[in-house]
Design a protein around this ligand. Structure first.
Ligand code: ADP
Ligand code: MG
Length: 240
């Protein structure tokens, strides 16, 4: 479903991705871990062309997303993205946040979108907040709405960039449980996370990045219990 080949990305003279190769299969959950500044967010942003790349290719569902003649908006409709800071529209209530994109893009009628919003809010445990505004929600609730909003487009793949890093500790579990349910339903997911417990339990594979490279990719069991690379070991020694 996702095929990244020799991906390079620089900001000015700072080469942030130095040749990334990564495949993600349908239904797979790939967790990306690694120190701050290693290029995790940049890699994720390259997967829906939020960044212009300098080399290599990103192929999603057999489409090379950096080709000039492709319709990037069509590609993005199939890629849900959830950020650390939620990015909900503050002037719209929860229902409107969730229904805006599918209605505006003509994918669902208003009635269909409203029904879907309620289904999705049930799924993330927030149906009673359907008319609430973002500023009345806790961080964990906002993040669950952000996940519901991304799901409203029926994406083939969901990208998460540290979805729990901005949350108070007591909210983290609710968001991780929603993500775990999603994984169990077969969603293809790429998750940048500092939650090693989640990566270990829910990840099919774990990618360790450092310095713009993928240092090691393996099953959670191998990464956490018998990492092959020194850099992986020393990172895990610091965070576990
Ligand atoms: P991570 O998510 O692993 O912490 P990032 O992908 O955010 O790492 O950043 C990797 C490097 O790229 C850092 O050195 C960061 O300063 C740089 N960087 C990221 N985004 C930009 C940008 N928009 N402009 C300039 N430098 C950037
Ligand atoms: Mg980041």
């Amino acid at each position: 479903m996702v095929q990244v080949n020799g991906l390079k990305k620089s900001f000015g003279s700072n080469e942030v991705l130095k040749g990334i190769d990564l495949q993600v299969s349908s239904g797979e959950v790939v967790c990306i871990i690694g120190p701050s500044g290693s290029g995790k967010s940049t890699l994720l942003r390259c997967l829906n062309r939020l960044e212009k790349i300098d080399g290599g290719s990103v192929i999603i569902n057999n489409v090379d997303i950096n080709q000039k003649d492709i319709n990037i908006n069509k590609v993005r409709e199939n890629i849900g993205m959830v950020f650390q800071h939620f990015n909900l529209f503050p002037h719209l209530n929860v229902r409107e946040n969730i229904t805006l994109a599918p209605v505006e893009l003509g994918i669902l009628s208003k009635d269909e979108a409203d029904k879907k919003a309620l289904d999705l809010l049930n799924q993330v445990g927030l149906s009673e907040k359907i008319n609430a505004y973002p500023n009345s929600l806790s961080g964990g609730q906002k993040q669950r709405v952000a996940i519901a909003r991304a799901l409203a487009m029926d994406p083939d793949i969901m990208l998460f960039d540290e979805p729990t890093s901005a949350l108070d500790p007591e909210m983290v579990g609710d968001v991780l449980n929603v993500m775990k349910d999603l994984a169990a339903q077969g969603m293809t997911m790429v998750v940048v996370t500092h939650e090693m417990g989640f990566a270990r339990e829910v990840g099919d594979r774990v990618v360790f990045m450092d310095g713009g490279y993928i240092v090691e990719v393996d099953t959670p069991d191998n990464i956490f219990n018998s990492p092959k690379e020194e850099r992986t070991k020393s990172f895990l020694d610091k965070v576990l």
